[in-house]
Design a protein around this ligand. Structure first.
Ligand code: NAD
Length: 472
């Protein structure tokens, strides 16, 4: 049993004093493998006091000091790659290939891009007799989810360090190992005490942090429903918020797309991490004339996503992360069938020895209409919904028939045609013909996917205030 029983303040791990420990469950077996001891109000206050002192000191740091701190933190995290990969597999069911290829590398890149973003910020600008300075926002409260836990922590902590802010992190209680590994890297990186702090707990501890009077900015990644609650709580004290919320992203196949390449990628981007990605391409907008061929190819592509033990290198798909996810995804699949969605493919047998685990066989539905729940709501599971179109205008309308706007993809043999279509999509980012996601560009949503931006210089700018000095 792993015990996560110490929060982090003033550069040291300190015993958490909450009484009702939260279990950490291995989702491949359903067995409890650890526990998180939550923080009390006094523990949260202690972490915020530490952050106040940290903010005082770190706001005076030079840009070189911030850059060097990020370089050292990168080196410390890199050393802990194997440990992080194995904890991600055990605590949230992320297969080792994905931990090695995406979860940990994204976090490492996030540190590098924040460091590279420092000289890209216009820290001082002279306009006539006015000197415009960009100054750190102060103490940041960061609340993160469980699905890409290390990357999401870095996406908040790295820009805070670069901006000269201090931060109190409240990571997800579902996959705490990533946060523990990260804080051990922080401690060994030689960052001054108080710059990065962490508290353990669930929604109540998150809420206390958001409402703490000494917190000056709230940065949240998680569900749209909780994002609304956090924005309302922060509004009472007029705290600025960054909200990275859910998505219902569409991949659009234009009629001339290379189907083999596109569909292999669409299956990967809808199924990887068991569909538990905010940018998951959970809807496929496809030309009606090619539907039969597309459905056949999707079924075949799904065969290369076997379910298995997350710790086994040959496993492509593990379980979903928790019992509540399992129940939610299976219920949504059942309702999709009731509402008339047509099951085109279902792959993957749950391995016998994991019959108590939270496995969901990946599925593809076709004949999905915009009014169905499966087309409108985020599933956060290995479920792809195919929606057919007759004209490009109809494809645009289907793509934008959602209140979310986080990501999307377009496929066409003609890159200019794909880019023209991408510009009609109401979403924060669009991947054209399977291009790599560039983590130096702004990441964030429109509409119900939230607002504010992360990554590189954009994440740093999110945590800065303007100060104008007239006559300076
Ligand atoms: P969640 O919203 O349930 O919880 C996220 C975090 O908020 C957890 O740490 C939780 O303890 C905390 N929390 C819950 N209620 C709170 C409250 N009232 N006040 C303060 N803190 C509270 O989300 P989850 O289930 O952990 O993650 C899945 C969701 O996250 C999905 O909707 C997914 O799309 C979204 N997500 C978004 C992005 C993005 O960048 N846009 C990235 C990853 C995940």
């Amino acid at each position: 049993m792993r015990r996560y029983d110490s929060f982090y303040a003033n550069g040291a791990f300190v015993r958490s004093e909450g009484t009702s420990a939260m279990p950490v469950v291995d989702p491949s077996t359903g067995r409890t493998i650890g526990e998180v001891v939550p923080c009390t109000q006094e523990n949260v206050d202690q972490a915020v006091r530490s952050a106040c002192a940290g903010s005082e000191a770190w706001s005076q740091s030079t840009l070189e000091e911030r850059s060097e701190a990020l370089t050292r933190l990168h080196a410390e995290l890199l050393k802990r790659t194997d440990e992080a990969v194995s904890l991600l597999a055990r605590e949230m069911g992320c297969p080792v290939w994905l931990g090695q290829l995406m979860q940990v590398p994204m976090a490492l890149k996030g540190l590098q891009f924040a460091r590279d973003g420092i000289p890209q910020v216009t820290w001082i600008e002279q306009i006539g007799n006015g000197r415009v300075e960009r100054v750190p926002a102060g103490v940041v409260a960061a609340i993160t989810p469980w699905n890409f836990p290390l990357h999401q922590i870095v996406a908040k902590v790295a820009p805070a360090i670069a901006a000269g802010c201090s931060i109190v992190l409240k990571p997800s209680e579902v996959s705490p190992g990533a946060a523990q590994v990260f804080m051990e890297a922080v401690q060994c990186s030689g960052l001054p005490p108080g710059v990065v702090n962490m508290v353990w707990g669930g929604p109540d501890v998150g809420d206390r942090l958001v409402r703490h009077p000494d917190v000056r900015h709230v940065s949240f990644t998680g569900s749209t429903a909780v994002g609304r609650q956090i924005m309302a709580a922060a509004a009472e004290d007029l705290k600025p918020v960054t909200l990275e919320l859910g998505g219902k992203s569409a991949a659009v196949l234009l009629g001339d797309a290379d189907l083999e390449t596109a569909l292999t990628a669409v299956v990967r981007l809808s199924m990887a991490n068991s569909g538990q990605a905010c940018v998951s391409q959970s809807r496929l907008i496809a030309p009606r004339g090619l539907l039969e061929q597309i459905e056949g190819r999707l079924g075949a592509a799904l065969e290369s996503w076997p379910l298995g033990d997350p710790l086994d290198a040959s496993t492509r798909l593990g379980p979903v992360a928790s019992r509540s996810q399992h129940e939610r995804v299976l219920a949504m699949v059942a309702r999709a069938r009731e509402q008339g969605a047509r099951l085109v493919a279902e792959a993957g047998k749950v391995p016998e020895k994991f019959s108590q685990g939270y496995y969901v066989p990946p599925v593809v539905f076709s004949g999905v209409r915009p009014d169905m729940e499966i087309a409108r709501e985020e599933v956060f599971g290995p479920v792809l919904s195919v929606m057919a179109y007759d004209s490009e205008d109809e494809a645009v309308a289907l793509t934008n028939a959602t209140r979310y706007g986080l990501s999307g993809a377009v496929w066409s043999a003609d890159p200019a045609r794909a880019a023209a279509f991408a510009r009609r999509m109401k979403t924060g980012q669009v991947v054209i013909n399977g291009a790599a996601q560039n983590l130096a560009t702004p990441f964030g949503g429109w509409g119900w996917s939230g607002f504010g931006r992360e990554n590189g210089r954009f994440g740093i700018e999110d945590l800065l205030q303007y100060r104008s000095l007239h006559g300076a």
